[in-house]
Design a protein around this ligand. Structure first.
Ligand code: DAH
Length: 337
Protein backbone atom coordinates (compact mmCIF):
# COMPACT_ATOMS: atom_id res chain seq x y z
CA UNK A 1 0.00 0.00 0.00
CA UNK A 2 1.12 3.52 -0.69
CA UNK A 3 1.19 6.31 1.87
CA UNK A 4 -1.96 7.80 0.36
CA UNK A 5 -3.80 4.48 0.40
CA UNK A 6 -2.92 3.87 4.03
CA UNK A 7 -4.01 7.35 4.97
CA UNK A 8 -7.34 6.99 3.18
CA UNK A 9 -8.20 3.62 4.63
CA UNK A 10 -7.12 4.83 8.10
CA UNK A 11 -9.33 7.93 7.87
CA UNK A 12 -12.31 5.82 6.78
CA UNK A 13 -11.83 3.19 9.47
CA UNK A 14 -11.30 5.59 12.33
CA UNK A 15 -14.39 7.56 11.35
CA UNK A 16 -16.44 4.35 11.75
CA UNK A 17 -14.76 3.26 14.94
CA UNK A 18 -17.29 3.12 17.79
CA UNK A 19 -15.59 1.61 20.78
CA UNK A 20 -12.30 1.69 22.64
CA UNK A 21 -11.72 -1.98 21.87
CA UNK A 22 -12.19 -1.36 18.14
CA UNK A 23 -9.80 1.56 18.43
CA UNK A 24 -7.22 -0.68 20.02
CA UNK A 25 -7.55 -3.12 17.11
CA UNK A 26 -6.99 -0.29 14.64
CA UNK A 27 -3.93 0.84 16.48
CA UNK A 28 -2.44 -2.64 16.13
CA UNK A 29 -3.51 -2.82 12.50
CA UNK A 30 -1.71 0.42 11.54
CA UNK A 31 0.97 1.11 14.11
CA UNK A 32 1.63 -2.40 15.50
CA UNK A 33 4.70 -4.52 14.82
CA UNK A 34 3.21 -6.03 11.73
CA UNK A 35 1.04 -2.99 11.04
CA UNK A 36 0.65 -1.23 7.68
CA UNK A 37 2.81 1.74 8.57
CA UNK A 38 5.56 -0.41 9.98
CA UNK A 39 5.59 -2.40 6.73
CA UNK A 40 5.95 0.87 4.85
CA UNK A 41 8.91 1.89 6.97
CA UNK A 42 10.54 -1.46 6.38
CA UNK A 43 10.17 -1.00 2.63
CA UNK A 44 12.44 2.07 2.82
CA UNK A 45 15.46 -0.07 2.17
CA UNK A 46 14.12 -0.92 -1.31
CA UNK A 47 14.16 2.74 -2.36
CA UNK A 48 16.90 4.62 -4.08
CA UNK A 49 19.07 6.37 -1.45
CA UNK A 50 18.05 9.89 -2.60
CA UNK A 51 14.33 9.07 -2.24
CA UNK A 52 14.69 7.73 1.27
CA UNK A 53 14.77 11.02 3.32
CA UNK A 54 11.56 12.43 1.75
CA UNK A 55 9.80 9.11 2.00
CA UNK A 56 10.92 8.65 5.60
CA UNK A 57 9.75 12.16 6.52
CA UNK A 58 6.34 11.52 4.96
CA UNK A 59 5.88 8.22 6.77
CA UNK A 60 6.86 9.84 10.06
CA UNK A 61 4.44 12.67 9.46
CA UNK A 62 1.66 10.14 8.87
CA UNK A 63 2.64 8.23 12.00
CA UNK A 64 2.47 11.48 14.03
CA UNK A 65 -0.93 12.29 12.57
CA UNK A 66 -2.21 8.81 13.30
CA UNK A 67 -1.01 8.96 16.88
CA UNK A 68 -2.68 12.34 17.44
CA UNK A 69 -5.87 11.05 15.85
CA UNK A 70 -5.84 7.93 18.03
CA UNK A 71 -5.43 10.08 21.16
CA UNK A 72 -8.28 12.40 20.19
CA UNK A 73 -10.53 9.49 19.25
CA UNK A 74 -9.74 7.70 22.51
CA UNK A 75 -10.80 10.81 24.45
CA UNK A 76 -13.96 11.15 22.43
CA UNK A 77 -14.92 7.48 22.90
CA UNK A 78 -14.19 7.56 26.63
CA UNK A 79 -16.45 10.58 27.07
CA UNK A 80 -19.16 8.90 25.02
CA UNK A 81 -18.86 5.74 27.07
CA UNK A 82 -19.09 7.67 30.35
CA UNK A 83 -22.18 9.55 29.13
CA UNK A 84 -23.81 6.27 28.12
CA UNK A 85 -23.09 4.65 31.49
CA UNK A 86 -24.29 7.68 33.42
CA UNK A 87 -27.53 7.53 31.47
CA UNK A 88 -28.04 3.77 31.68
CA UNK A 89 -26.88 3.17 35.22
CA UNK A 90 -28.69 6.11 36.70
CA UNK A 91 -30.25 5.52 40.13
CA UNK A 92 -33.72 6.94 40.44
CA UNK A 93 -33.44 8.80 43.72
CA UNK A 94 -36.89 10.29 43.22
CA UNK A 95 -38.50 6.92 44.10
CA UNK A 96 -41.12 7.77 46.73
CA UNK A 97 -42.08 4.41 48.24
CA UNK A 98 -39.36 2.78 50.34
CA UNK A 99 -39.24 -0.95 50.95
CA UNK A 100 -40.71 -1.97 54.32
CA UNK A 101 -38.51 -0.95 57.20
CA UNK A 102 -37.76 -3.49 59.87
CA UNK A 103 -38.93 -2.93 63.43
CA UNK A 104 -38.23 -4.43 66.81
CA UNK A 105 -40.33 -7.41 67.88
CA UNK A 106 -42.80 -6.64 70.71
CA UNK A 107 -41.01 -9.12 73.01
CA UNK A 108 -37.71 -7.32 72.32
CA UNK A 109 -39.36 -3.95 72.91
CA UNK A 110 -40.62 -4.97 76.35
CA UNK A 111 -37.35 -6.72 77.23
CA UNK A 112 -35.34 -3.64 76.26
CA UNK A 113 -37.66 -1.36 78.16
CA UNK A 114 -37.43 -3.35 81.38
CA UNK A 115 -33.67 -3.80 81.04
CA UNK A 116 -33.15 -0.08 80.46
CA UNK A 117 -35.19 0.73 83.56
CA UNK A 118 -33.13 -1.67 85.63
CA UNK A 119 -29.86 -0.35 84.24
CA UNK A 120 -30.95 3.14 85.24
CA UNK A 121 -31.44 1.79 88.80
CA UNK A 122 -27.88 0.46 88.81
CA UNK A 123 -28.51 -3.19 87.92
CA UNK A 124 -25.89 -5.06 85.92
CA UNK A 125 -27.10 -7.12 82.94
CA UNK A 126 -25.73 -10.67 82.67
CA UNK A 127 -26.59 -13.52 80.37
CA UNK A 128 -26.15 -17.23 80.86
CA UNK A 129 -26.36 -20.49 78.91
CA UNK A 130 -29.63 -21.82 77.52
CA UNK A 131 -28.29 -25.35 77.82
CA UNK A 132 -27.98 -25.60 81.57
CA UNK A 133 -27.02 -28.22 84.10
CA UNK A 134 -29.61 -29.84 86.31
CA UNK A 135 -27.57 -28.46 89.20
CA UNK A 136 -27.99 -24.75 88.38
CA UNK A 137 -31.51 -25.06 87.03
CA UNK A 138 -32.84 -27.06 89.97
CA UNK A 139 -30.58 -28.39 92.69
CA UNK A 140 -28.76 -25.19 93.58
CA UNK A 141 -32.20 -23.60 93.82
CA UNK A 142 -33.26 -26.02 96.51
CA UNK A 143 -35.13 -28.28 94.07
CA UNK A 144 -33.63 -31.77 94.48
CA UNK A 145 -34.26 -34.61 92.00
CA UNK A 146 -37.48 -35.82 93.59
CA UNK A 147 -38.97 -32.41 94.36
CA UNK A 148 -42.59 -31.97 93.15
CA UNK A 149 -41.79 -28.41 91.97
CA UNK A 150 -40.04 -30.04 89.00
CA UNK A 151 -43.43 -31.10 87.64
CA UNK A 152 -44.42 -27.51 86.93
CA UNK A 153 -41.27 -26.97 84.92
CA UNK A 154 -40.96 -30.12 82.87
CA UNK A 155 -38.47 -29.44 80.12
CA UNK A 156 -36.31 -30.85 77.36
CA UNK A 157 -33.49 -32.99 78.67
CA UNK A 158 -30.35 -33.39 76.63
CA UNK A 159 -28.82 -35.93 79.02
CA UNK A 160 -29.59 -36.68 82.66
CA UNK A 161 -27.25 -33.86 83.52
CA UNK A 162 -27.97 -31.26 80.85
CA UNK A 163 -31.30 -29.67 79.97
CA UNK A 164 -32.75 -26.58 78.32
CA UNK A 165 -33.12 -24.19 81.24
CA UNK A 166 -36.67 -23.76 82.46
CA UNK A 167 -36.04 -20.48 84.24
CA UNK A 168 -33.55 -17.63 84.25
CA UNK A 169 -33.39 -18.28 88.01
CA UNK A 170 -30.71 -20.79 86.97
CA UNK A 171 -28.39 -17.78 86.80
CA UNK A 172 -28.77 -17.03 90.50
CA UNK A 173 -26.32 -19.64 91.76
CA UNK A 174 -24.01 -19.16 88.76
CA UNK A 175 -23.65 -15.50 89.68
CA UNK A 176 -23.49 -15.91 93.45
CA UNK A 177 -20.74 -18.50 93.17
CA UNK A 178 -18.56 -16.08 91.23
CA UNK A 179 -19.43 -12.70 92.69
CA UNK A 180 -19.93 -11.76 96.25
CA UNK A 181 -22.38 -9.19 97.65
CA UNK A 182 -23.33 -6.43 97.12
CA UNK A 183 -25.02 -7.88 94.02
CA UNK A 184 -27.56 -6.16 91.86
CA UNK A 185 -28.13 -7.98 88.61
CA UNK A 186 -30.69 -8.89 85.98
CA UNK A 187 -30.50 -11.81 83.57
CA UNK A 188 -32.74 -11.63 80.52
CA UNK A 189 -33.02 -14.65 78.25
CA UNK A 190 -34.90 -17.54 76.71
CA UNK A 191 -36.32 -20.37 78.78
CA UNK A 192 -37.92 -23.67 77.74
CA UNK A 193 -40.71 -25.88 78.95
CA UNK A 194 -42.78 -28.68 77.49
CA UNK A 195 -45.92 -26.54 77.43
CA UNK A 196 -47.94 -25.37 74.48
CA UNK A 197 -51.27 -23.53 74.56
CA UNK A 198 -52.70 -20.01 74.23
CA UNK A 199 -50.80 -18.77 77.27
CA UNK A 200 -47.80 -21.13 77.32
CA UNK A 201 -45.08 -21.56 74.74
CA UNK A 202 -42.26 -24.14 74.68
CA UNK A 203 -39.84 -21.20 74.38
CA UNK A 204 -40.40 -17.89 76.04
CA UNK A 205 -38.46 -15.07 77.70
CA UNK A 206 -37.83 -14.15 81.28
CA UNK A 207 -35.91 -11.47 83.11
CA UNK A 208 -34.46 -12.58 86.41
CA UNK A 209 -33.65 -9.97 89.02
CA UNK A 210 -31.37 -10.61 91.99
CA UNK A 211 -30.22 -8.26 94.73
CA UNK A 212 -28.06 -9.45 97.63
CA UNK A 213 -26.65 -7.12 100.25
CA UNK A 214 -26.84 -6.32 103.95
CA UNK A 215 -30.34 -5.45 105.21
CA UNK A 216 -32.28 -6.20 102.04
CA UNK A 217 -35.97 -6.61 102.82
CA UNK A 218 -39.28 -7.36 101.11
CA UNK A 219 -39.85 -3.57 101.08
CA UNK A 220 -36.89 -3.12 98.73
CA UNK A 221 -38.46 -5.71 96.43
CA UNK A 222 -41.84 -3.97 96.53
CA UNK A 223 -40.38 -0.55 95.86
CA UNK A 224 -38.44 -1.84 92.86
CA UNK A 225 -41.46 -3.63 91.41
CA UNK A 226 -43.69 -0.58 91.97
CA UNK A 227 -41.23 1.51 90.00
CA UNK A 228 -41.20 -0.97 87.10
CA UNK A 229 -45.01 -1.30 87.15
CA UNK A 230 -45.50 2.47 87.10
CA UNK A 231 -43.18 2.84 84.18
CA UNK A 232 -44.72 0.02 82.16
CA UNK A 233 -48.41 0.56 82.89
CA UNK A 234 -48.71 4.11 84.27
CA UNK A 235 -48.24 5.83 87.66
CA UNK A 236 -51.66 4.79 88.98
CA UNK A 237 -50.70 1.09 88.88
CA UNK A 238 -50.75 -0.64 92.28
CA UNK A 239 -48.65 -3.66 93.24
CA UNK A 240 -50.00 -6.45 95.46
CA UNK A 241 -48.11 -9.34 97.04
CA UNK A 242 -49.87 -12.67 97.62
CA UNK A 243 -48.23 -15.45 99.60
CA UNK A 244 -46.89 -18.21 97.39
CA UNK A 245 -44.21 -20.87 97.29
CA UNK A 246 -40.97 -21.26 95.39
CA UNK A 247 -38.29 -23.55 96.81
CA UNK A 248 -35.59 -20.90 96.25
CA UNK A 249 -37.31 -18.01 98.03
CA UNK A 250 -38.65 -17.68 101.57
CA UNK A 251 -41.06 -16.02 101.89
CA UNK A 252 -42.29 -16.26 98.30
CA UNK A 253 -44.89 -14.06 96.67
CA UNK A 254 -46.99 -13.89 93.53
CA UNK A 255 -47.06 -10.30 92.36
CA UNK A 256 -50.30 -8.81 91.01
CA UNK A 257 -50.79 -5.41 89.35
CA UNK A 258 -54.05 -3.51 89.11
CA UNK A 259 -55.57 -4.46 85.77
CA UNK A 260 -54.38 -2.00 83.16
CA UNK A 261 -57.50 -2.65 81.10
CA UNK A 262 -60.16 -1.65 83.67
CA UNK A 263 -57.98 0.20 86.19
CA UNK A 264 -58.97 -2.26 88.93
CA UNK A 265 -62.76 -2.15 88.55
CA UNK A 266 -63.03 -5.66 87.14
CA UNK A 267 -63.28 -6.82 83.53
CA UNK A 268 -62.97 -9.97 81.44
CA UNK A 269 -59.17 -9.60 81.17
CA UNK A 270 -58.72 -9.75 84.96
CA UNK A 271 -61.61 -12.19 85.40
CA UNK A 272 -63.53 -9.48 87.31
CA UNK A 273 -60.90 -9.38 90.09
CA UNK A 274 -59.31 -6.04 89.21
CA UNK A 275 -55.84 -7.64 89.51
CA UNK A 276 -53.50 -9.37 87.09
CA UNK A 277 -50.76 -11.76 88.16
CA UNK A 278 -47.48 -10.83 86.50
CA UNK A 279 -44.56 -12.44 88.24
CA UNK A 280 -43.09 -14.55 91.00
CA UNK A 281 -40.67 -13.21 93.57
CA UNK A 282 -39.44 -13.50 97.12
CA UNK A 283 -36.58 -13.26 99.55
CA UNK A 284 -33.67 -15.46 98.50
CA UNK A 285 -33.87 -18.66 100.55
CA UNK A 286 -30.94 -18.80 103.02
CA UNK A 287 -30.28 -22.34 101.73
CA UNK A 288 -29.53 -20.92 98.31
CA UNK A 289 -27.20 -18.25 99.73
CA UNK A 290 -25.32 -20.83 101.78
CA UNK A 291 -25.12 -23.20 98.77
CA UNK A 292 -23.19 -20.45 97.04
CA UNK A 293 -20.95 -19.68 99.99
CA UNK A 294 -22.70 -16.49 101.10
CA UNK A 295 -23.22 -16.02 104.84
CA UNK A 296 -26.98 -15.86 105.31
CA UNK A 297 -26.59 -14.33 108.78
CA UNK A 298 -24.84 -11.37 107.24
CA UNK A 299 -26.60 -11.03 103.92
CA UNK A 300 -30.13 -11.22 102.59
CA UNK A 301 -31.53 -10.79 99.14
CA UNK A 302 -34.59 -10.61 96.97
CA UNK A 303 -35.23 -12.18 93.60
CA UNK A 304 -37.93 -11.97 90.99
CA UNK A 305 -38.68 -13.52 87.61
CA UNK A 306 -40.65 -11.57 85.03
CA UNK A 307 -42.27 -13.30 82.06
CA UNK A 308 -41.60 -10.94 79.15
CA UNK A 309 -44.36 -12.31 76.89
CA UNK A 310 -46.82 -12.08 79.77
CA UNK A 311 -46.05 -8.38 80.27
CA UNK A 312 -46.28 -7.75 76.50
CA UNK A 313 -49.63 -9.56 76.31
CA UNK A 314 -51.07 -7.43 79.10
CA UNK A 315 -49.60 -4.20 77.81
CA UNK A 316 -50.69 -4.64 74.20
CA UNK A 317 -53.86 -6.68 74.84
CA UNK A 318 -52.60 -9.79 73.00
CA UNK A 319 -54.87 -12.78 73.65
CA UNK A 320 -52.65 -15.65 72.44
CA UNK A 321 -48.91 -16.10 73.12
CA UNK A 322 -48.46 -17.98 69.81
CA UNK A 323 -48.99 -14.73 67.90
CA UNK A 324 -45.48 -13.69 68.97
CA UNK A 325 -43.81 -16.52 67.10
CA UNK A 326 -45.81 -16.82 63.88
CA UNK A 327 -44.03 -13.93 62.16
CA UNK A 328 -47.25 -12.61 60.68
CA UNK A 329 -46.30 -9.18 59.32
CA UNK A 330 -49.81 -7.82 59.96
CA UNK A 331 -49.32 -8.54 63.66
CA UNK A 332 -45.69 -7.47 63.95
CA UNK A 333 -46.17 -4.23 62.01
CA UNK A 334 -48.30 -2.79 64.79
CA UNK A 335 -45.35 -2.49 67.15
CA UNK A 336 -42.02 -0.78 67.15
CA UNK A 337 -43.05 2.23 65.10
N1 DAH B 1 -38.36 -18.87 88.16
C1 DAH B 1 -39.77 -18.76 88.49
C2 DAH B 1 -40.59 -19.35 87.35
O1 DAH B 1 -40.09 -19.44 86.27
C3 DAH B 1 -40.13 -17.32 88.71
C4 DAH B 1 -39.52 -16.79 89.94
C5 DAH B 1 -40.17 -16.87 91.14
C6 DAH B 1 -38.27 -16.21 89.89
C7 DAH B 1 -39.64 -16.37 92.29
C8 DAH B 1 -37.72 -15.70 91.05
C9 DAH B 1 -38.42 -15.80 92.24
O2 DAH B 1 -36.53 -15.13 91.08
O3 DAH B 1 -37.88 -15.28 93.37
O4 DAH B 1 -41.70 -19.68 87.56
Amino acid sequence: MTIAEIQNSFDAEIANCESLSQLQELKVKYLGKSGALTALLKSIKDLAPEERPTFGAKVNELRKRMEDTFALKADELATKEMTRRLREERVDISLTSCPDRGALHPVTLIENRICNLMIAMGFEVLSGPEIETDYYNFQALNIPYDHPARDMQDTFYITDRYLLRTQTSAMQARVMERKKPPLKIICPGKVFRSDNDASHSPVFHQIEGLVVDKNITLCDLKGTLEYIAANLFGPQTKVRFRPSFFPFTEPSVEVDLTCSNCGGKGCSLCKETGWIEVLGAGMVNPYVLENCGIDSNKYSGYAFGIGVERVAMIKYGIPDIRLFYENDQRFLKQFGK
